[in-house]
Write a protein that binds this ligand. Structure first.
Ligand code: GTP
Ligand code: MG
Length: 323
């Protein structure tokens, strides 16, 4: 090439090609313009760079303007609980939503494909759990409503991309973005601002994924459980369903009318730690005052014996209430 491009220019060009945010792209283009040798042979390239910078600035400005007038989004909860899909751009959040639910999100091989929240219902055994696909979190982009949705969700799944060497940097950026609004995701939340969560290590099918998974496990330690999956091929997705349901901290209890069988298809969803009395309230408000005794079928020794009002229930218990 007659232009005699400098190593600095080539470095800036490389940065542009790997940039994932408009801000990074703009910065790289400006560096390219600053470092391109200024002579006749590069005049066309200089003009082209200036044009691209102007266009990108315009687009970013428009996006900002649109953000100001844009309504904020909210997703009404449905099912046994709501779990937000959180992560950097292009990690596969929407692909995961498609793999786990009947929703049909837009999926594309470039960042910022998802711009509004999209809910989908995930079936786990006989319960429905609501997953909410969200736009990505980056160091620069942070829309208030996005964090509000995460804050009000019952739990969060942090999606990590095993196909790129940037996976740790991306994760740190997402955590920093959450931190700016005082949010965090943790296996065992200790504060109100911490969401119960787990990590979905996605794109397990790509070359190099296993080694990156290993590095990720070392990075995250016991702060969160890691579930390796391929959203595209469905690997690991069934284990993930169970773990996502587990995040909700709820149990399923079945009501059995005396002398009849329990309806196993429609559990009552109660918080973990709920008692017979809580179940009675959920099954029928009237039972609370009138409850004389209850019989329980469940794990181990519970094969129909009487239990007290304060007895703590477990997932899968069958309760026969006598008023
Ligand atoms: N090989 C492989 N590719 C995947 C997998 N999951 C997603 N992808 C690809 O990764 C790209 C991004 O997927 P999306 O689901 O759109 O990612 P996203 O996180 O929703 O992206 P944004 O909406 O931009 O934040 C697409 O080209 C997907 O086909 C996977 O498990 N394996
Ligand atoms: Mg998406």
């Amino acid at each position: 090439m007659p232009a005699n491009l400098t190593p600095q220019y080539l470095e800036a060009d490389r940065k542009f090609k790997t940039a994932t945010t408009p801000q990074d792209k703009l910065q790289a283009l400006e560096e390219m313009l600053a470092t391109i040798p200024k002579h006749k042979g590069t005049e066309k390239m200089q003009a082209d760079l200036k044009r691209r910078i102007a266009k990108l600035r315009d687009q970013m400005q428009q996006r900002k303007g649109a953000a100001r007038g844009r309504p904020s989004f909210h997703v009404d909860k449905e099912g046994a609980g709501q779990i937000a899909l959180v992560g950097a751009p292009n990690v596969g959040k929407s692909t995961l939503l498609r793999a786990l639910t009947n929703a049909q999100p837009e999926i594309a091989d470039y960042p910022f494909t998802t711009r509004v929240p999209l809910p989908g219902m995930m079936t786990y055994e006989n319960v429905q759990v609501q997953l909410v696909d969200l736009p990505p979190i980056t160091a620069e982009v942070s829309e208030g409503w996005l964090f509000a949705i995460i804050r009000t969700a019952d739990a969060a799944a942090l999606v990590v991309d095993l196909s790129t060497d940037d996976f740790l940097v991306q994760t740190e950026q997402v955590q920093a973005g959450l931190g700016q609004t005082k949010l965090a995701i943790a296996a065992v939340p200790r504060e109100p601002n911490e969401k119960p969560g787990l990590v979905v290590a996605n794109k397990l099918d790509v070359a190099g994924a296993a080694a990156r998974l290993q590095r990720f496990r070392e990075f995250i330690g016991d702060r969160m459980a890691v579930f390796p999956v391929s959203a595209t091929y469905g690997t690991g997705v069934e284990d993930l369903r169970r773990a996502l349901f587990g995040l909700l901290g709820v149990i399923r209890v079945y009501s059995k009318p005396p002398g009849r069988k329990a309806d196993n298809s429609t559990p009552f969803i109660l918080r973990r730690g709920a008692t017979v009395l809580d179940a009675a309230e959920a099954i029928h408000k009237d039972f609370v005052a009138r409850l004389k005794y209850a019989r329980l079928w469940g794990k181990d020794e519970y094969q129909g014996q009487m239990v007290g009002r304060e007895h703590v229930l477990e997932d899968g218990d069958v309760l026969e209430l006598h008023a």
